[in-house]
Design a binder for this molecule. Structure first.
Ligand SMILES: Cc1cc2nc3c(=O)[nH]c(=O)nc-3n(C[C@H](O)[C@H](O)[C@H](O)COP(=O)(O)O)c2cc1C
Length: 201
């Protein structure tokens, strides 16, 4: 199967980069073909221009490749830190531009866009790996853990991916090397389990 890994973190020495490495190794160990999209490394432009709003809009070739990779993925992994309870802007822009109508979802015939869209993604499972400096209970109690809803309901659920497995690793800033090693092992296991060898998703 094809596994798409999307990483949003500006620092190559970050724990997020280490997590994406674990995800890539896990998917390859299960025999899958992996595409890693490091959005900062490639200088992904997150601004959705008016010219791309229409479902049938012609897309720049580089963006078309992103869309084709997403549409062709049997499994998807997203890796990013919690920034203000949200994905970093570069990843929000990837969602805006790549997770687009005709690629990831569409409205039924006769629906002017006010109804419930139909998910188009072929991937049946996705993994979301987050990092945070807020303890998990405070993230839930004080903020409602918005990333849980963003990925499971607003993005993947809407696009037809119902099996979304998410972890938040933290508190990163005070973590020990042993904790980080255990988190990397956990991420490896999570990705291996979500996309086992021989599965389509
Ligand atoms: C712009 C910005 C906003 C952040 N907002 C939050 C936040 O809302 N909640 C939180 O727990 N951590 C927040 N953080 C901390 C990051 O989540 C933390 O640095 C990251 O998860 C650590 O992983 P890393 O070592 O891979 O960067 C923020 C960091 C930055 C730079």
């Amino acid at each position: 199967m094809n596994v798409l890994v999307v990483l949003a973190h500006p620092d190559p020495s970050s724990f997020n980069h280490a997590l994406s490495g674990a995800a890539v190794r896990a998917a390859r160990a299960q025999g899958h073909a992996v595409v890693l999209r490091d959005l900062h490394a490639e200088g992904f432009d997150p601004i959705l221009p008016a010219a791309e709003l229409r479902k049938d809009a012609p897309l720049p070739p580089a963006l078309r490749r992103h869309c084709d990779e997403l549409a062709g993925a049997d499994g998807i992994v997203v890796v990013h830190p919690n920034w203000w309870g949200q994905p970093p802007a570069i990843l929000k822009g990837w969602v805006d531009r790549v997770v687009r109508p005709g690629v990831a979802y569409e409205f039924r015939e006769g629906d002017g866009g006010e109804g419930v869209p139909v998910g188009l993604l072929r991937a049946r499972a996705a993994v979301v790996l987050n990092t945070s400096n807020t303890p998990a209970q405070r993230e839930r109690d004080a903020f409602g853990d918005p990333l849980e809803s963003i990925w499971k309901r607003c993005v993947f659920g809407l696009c037809g991916v119902d099996d979304v497995r998410r972890r938040t690793y933290g508190v990163v800033v005070t973590s020990t090397p042993a904790e980080r090693a255990a988190w990397l092992a956990d991420a490896f296991e999570l990705v291996s389990g979500a996309f086992p060898a021989g599965s389509r998703a």
